[in-house]
Write a protein of this length. Structure first.
Length: 187
């Protein structure tokens, strides 16, 4: 019986840890904590290496979303993803790869706010393209992106930069909003 006591304590430790985290969250959110100066944002759930795949009616991959870590903040209706990456398949079979250092998914708007070293790559034999920027909003429902930050777009023989960008990934229509500078190599 003496040998089983540490085993039972080991089994209770996750429960005790969960109670401790729950108690910290309640005390951090209570109005009695010195004018709420202690504002801890504790995630409700943590998922390592999350991966979500969406297929069309023919069983072909339409969308892949993944990251290295996902934190869920239910009180804020927000998911935070470390190193998020997205793959969208166009009807033509071309792929869009979008990645960043961090992303925040705003559940009510179905938008990912991407921050830090944002890269968009279009894998296409006829029209490959890369875009880099510091931040980007990705609308998952409309397959559209936009930013007010500086952007650099590069394609074979072309280099375009400017401030602000909008694109519809369904129709491949792009718009740079301000200070457009373009360089096209001659044939």
């Amino acid at each position: 019986m003496k040998n089983r006591l540490p085993f039972y304590l080991l089994g209770l430790s996750p429960l005790l840890l969960a109670f401790f985290v729950w108690d910290l969250e309640l005390s951090a959110n209570s109005p009695n904590t010195a004018d709420n100066k202690l504002n801890l944002s504790i995630p409700d759930a943590i998922v390592e290496n999350p991966r979500l795949r969406q297929y069309n009616l023919y069983g072909e991959l339409e969308q892949l979303i993944q990251g290295t870590e996902l934190l869920s903040f239910a009180n804020e209706n927000r998911l935070q993803v470390t190193r998020p990456s997205f793959v969208f398949t166009e009807q033509s079979g071309d792929l869009w790869n979008i990645s960043a250092l961090e992303g925040n998914f705003l559940e009510q708007q179905n938008i990912f706010q991407l921050e830090g070293e944002v890269k968009m790559l279009r894998q296409s034999e006829s029209l490959p393209l890369s875009l880099t920027t510091s931040s980007l909003n990705l609308d998952l429902d409309g397959h559209s992106v936009q930013t007010l930050a500086a952007v650099l777009i590069e394609a074979p023989g072309h280099r375009i930069s400017g401030n602000g960008f909008r694109a519809d990934l369904n129709t491949n229509q792009f718009e740079i909003l301000d200070n457009v500078v373009a360089r096209h190599d001659s044939l």
